[in-house]
Every structure is written in structure tokens, then in C-alpha cells.
Design a protein around this ligand. Structure first.
Ligand SMILES: [Ca+2]
Length: 201
């Protein structure tokens, strides 16, 4: 019995190593690109075999002597080509869609790229976003009443409030560029400042 446990133990250990090796392969895939490594092609050429018949010598006395045949085999030749690594990088400018469903203590950094926040208010909470700029979007679900509150034109803070069925989600923007902050008074001017469709509906 002990021998079986040892065998299964060894098999489990081997499976573990293979799983770890598999995880290692994943690390070659980056967030922005895919790296494909093509193994070097190996060509094996068998050595040529040359057989030389033994010479036959007949003496005057009628004796025939045949030397042993000689077989010569050349060495096996193995040629290994260079490893080819191809890296494909896809640039998406950080475009990402963020479903907003609950409050967040740490503001989402919209400056990381083109971010679309999608919100259908089913409860009341405040969602913090820093660095909102042109290219970013706030999209509320159909039927949501949307309003904009901007109490100071110079503090870089704008509150976008979406209300649906009595549930109000406030998107609290901080770090808004002063030029944009001073030009936003409502939904229409918000769309003018950050681009058409930056605040829907
Ligand atoms: Ca403001």
C-alpha cells in the first residue's frame, strides 16, 4: 500500500509542477500585447550509409578469397534554427467601460484613458471620479433624469446626478480642468465641454 501512496504522491507532485509551469506561460501575455514565441525548428539528417563490397582475389591455385564488406555510416547531423519571437501590441488608449453599482472611497482615475461609466440607479450612492476629461463618458440607463450641479466655477468639482425610481446616483467629479469647470452649468454645457454624448441621456 505504501508503494501506491508514494506513486500517487509523486504523480501529484508532477501535476503540481506542470500547473506551475503552465502559469509561467501566462506571464508572457501582457496587458497590452501578445507575445508569441515560436520554437526553433530542428532538422535531423540521418548519416549516409555506404557499403563497400570486399575485394575478391583468386590465386593461381584456385583459391578464392573474399574480403569482408565494409560499411561506413556518416554521423547524424542536427541543425537547429534560431528562435523566433513575434510581439503584437494592440493600442486601445485605455478605453474601458466601468459599470457603476456602488459607492467608492478611492476615486476612479479617469485620466487613465477613455472611460465610459455606465449607471442604472437602483439605489442611492455617490461615486467618485478624478480626472474626468474629453473622451470620458457618463451613460445613465434609459429613463434616468439627469442633472448637473456646479457650485463653483473654479474648484474643479462637478456633481452629475442621475435619478431613477427615487434612487439617486451622484457622480462626484474632482480634478476637472478649470476651463471646463467654468463652462459647465447643466447637461447641455457638459456635453459641449467634454464632447457630444459625454453625458447621456
Ligand atoms: Ca466646479
Amino acid at each position: 500500500m505504501k508503494k501506491y501512496f508514494m506513486m500517487f504522491g509523486a504523480a501529484g507532485l508532477l501535476a503540481g509542477f506542470l500547473m506551475i509551469a503552465g502559469c509561467g506561460d501566462d506571464s508572457t501575455i501582457s496587458a497590452t500585447g501578445t507575445t508569441v514565441t515560436t520554437a526553433a525548428a530542428t532538422t535531423t539528417t540521418a548519416g549516409a550509409t555506404t557499403t563497400t563490397a570486399g575485394a575478391t582475389t583468386t590465386t593461381a591455385g584456385g583459391t578464392t578469397t573474399t574480403a569482408a564488406a565494409t560499411t561506413t555510416t556518416a554521423a547524424v547531423t542536427t541543425t537547429t534554427g534560431a528562435t523566433t519571437t513575434t510581439t503584437t501590441t494592440t493600442t486601445t488608449a485605455g478605453a474601458v467601460t466601468v459599470p457603476v453599482t456602488a459607492t467608492n472611497a478611492v476615486p476612479y482615475n479617469a485620466a487613465s484613458g477613455a472611460v465610459t461609466f455606465t449607471i442604472t440607479p437602483t439605489t442611492t450612492f455617490t461615486y467618485n471620479v478624478a480626472g474626468f476629461a474629453a473622451g470620458d463618458k457618463i451613460t445613465f440607463g434609459a429613463g434616468t433624469a439627469v442633472g448637473v450641479t456646479n457650485t463653483s466655477a473654479t474648484d474643479g468639482i462637478i456633481d452629475v446626478i442621475g435619478t431613477l425610481n427615487g434612487n439617486a446616483v451622484t457622480v462626484h467629479l474632482t480634478g476637472v480642468a478649470v476651463a471646463s469647470d467654468g463652462a459647465i452649468f447643466g447637461v447641455n454645457s457638459f456635453n459641449t465641454a467634454f464632447g457630444a454624448g459625454s453625458l447621456l441621456p
